[in-house]
Design a protein around this ligand. Structure first.
Ligand code: CS2
Ligand code: MG
Length: 403
């Protein structure tokens, strides 16, 4: 058996913070897992080094399922983003190790490729509708088959999804949360205009997506869904907060716009009612925040029974390790829908050399054994952790709102 002899937590900040777990076995084989929880990185790092690493030493790295159950049931305290991200990092690293020992890419261990490649969506955004459409045209010209559209809202200084940098989007940019102002009524007016302009400029051969970022009530989301229906959105994401899974029933009663949710889910229990009642069309849980490949496969298996497809979160606050793991999962899972792809900066790509590739709107995890991604520890050591938080949102009267 490959016995675990070392596990270390590596924190690096090549432009933004990433937490990586590296597990090493007695035969020298190592594996990596992403443990990045945006804005709460040190909590997961500490959970791993204080509570998980000591339990791993001496164990059989091949027993992925048993170790998953051990860390989940064994803690007594179940679920939550910190715990589940820590478990996910162990899980990813163990799949990486198993693949390396088998001499196979992880997707082969998951049943092999269920498709030739993975459709991804890119992020087109701009302060105005015109800027957003111009960005979308650039994405289409690069071969993207699916594009997310976010634009500024007139009268509001900053809007979620609209980047200062045209290439890279990084909302966690301050060592204490900055405060933004939100107006639902202004927002509800601009989005249908954006979609109308996008269809006019781009035609109908490209999928268009939109992220509401948990800012609407269910009935407002129903209204927006109806307004966007003529433009055939691929999905409306995070229409309303999903702690109350039943909230999506009201949205469903009013629109046929497909619904996606789940980037902040950390367990199958967050999605169970949404899936079983067919209240959503895409589940966006990720390998990093939802317990790793092992748990995400369980969510996908439940979703498959109800024709709910996957649409993994793929923001840049997930490291290339998560991206690699997601692509192995996406390639192999029967009910794959789409994968989010926000490009990492060249600094980040250099710290995490990887085998996955992009080609005209699709991605492939590559054929390297394991996950096909590593961390250059020397390079990583040159980038010191820097506290960075996501903004908070307030309504115009000062009421705190979802960001
Ligand atoms: C997002 C993210 O990619 C998405 O759809 O909603 O940008 C999200 O804001 C960040 O991942 C937060 O850490
Ligand atoms: Mg989102």
């Amino acid at each position: 058996m490959p016995k675990i002899v070392d596990a270390r937590v590596i924190i690096t900040c090549p432009g933004r913070n990433f937490v990586t777990l590296k597990i090493v076995c007695d035969d020298g084989t190592s594996g990596v897992g992403d443990a990045t929880l945006n804005g709460r990185e040190l909590s997961v790092a500490s959970y791993l080094s204080e509570h998980v690493v000591p339990c791993l030493i001496g164990r059989d790295a091949h027993r992925i399922e048993d170790l998953w159950q051990y860390l989940y049931k064994g803690a007594y305290w179940r679920r939550g983003p910190v715990t589940m991200t820590a478990i996910a990092a162990v899980d990813m690293a163990l799949w990486d190790i198993k693949g390396k020992i088998a001499g196979l890419p992880v997707y082969q261990l998951l049943g092999g490729a269920a498709r030739d490649s993975v459709m991804v969506y890119g992020h087109a955004n701009g302060v105005s509708i015109e800027d957003t459409i111009a960005a979308a045209i650039r994405y289409r010209d690069e071969g993207y088959k699916a594009i997310r559209l976010q634009c500024g809202v007139p009268g509001m200084a900053a809007t979620y999804g609209v980047s200062k940098d045209p290439e890279f989007y990084e909302p966690a940019d301050s060592d204490l949360p900055t405060e933004a102002v939100w107006s639902t009524s202004k927002y509800l007016r601009i989005v249908p205009e954006l979609f109308a302009a996008a269809r006019q400029a781009l035609g109908w051969d490209v999928h268009l997506l939109h992220d509401i970022h948990h800012r609407l009530t269910p009935i407002e989301a129903g209204r927006l869904g109806r307004d966007l229906e003529p433009y055939r959105p691929f999905w409306l994401e995070d229409a309303t907060p999903a702690e109350n899974q039943d909230a999506f029933r009201l949205i469903r009663q009013h629109t046929t716009a497909p619904l996606a949710v789940g980037e902040i889910f950390n367990s199958i229990w967050d999605a169970k009612a949404l899936i079983e009642n067919q209240l959503i069309d895409y589940v966006r849980a990720t390998v990093t925040h939802a317990g790793g490949i092992t748990h995400l496969r369980r969510i996908a298996a439940l979703a498959d029974l109800y024709q709910v497809r996957t649409g993994c979160h793929g923001a840049t606050d997930l490291s290339p390790v998560a991206m690699a793991a997601a692509l192995h999962f996406d390639l192999s899972v029967p009910n794959f829908g789409i994968q989010e792809y926000m490009r990492h900066t060249p600094e980040t790509d250099a710290v995490f050399p990887h085998a996955y590739s992009f080609d005209r709107g699709t991605m492939h995890p590559g054929e390297a054994p394991g996950l096909g991604v590593d961390i250059d520890e020397d390079l990583a050591a040159g980038y010191e952790y820097k506290r960075a938080y996501l903004p908070v949102n307030r309504l115009e009267d000062g009421t705190l709102w979802s960001w």
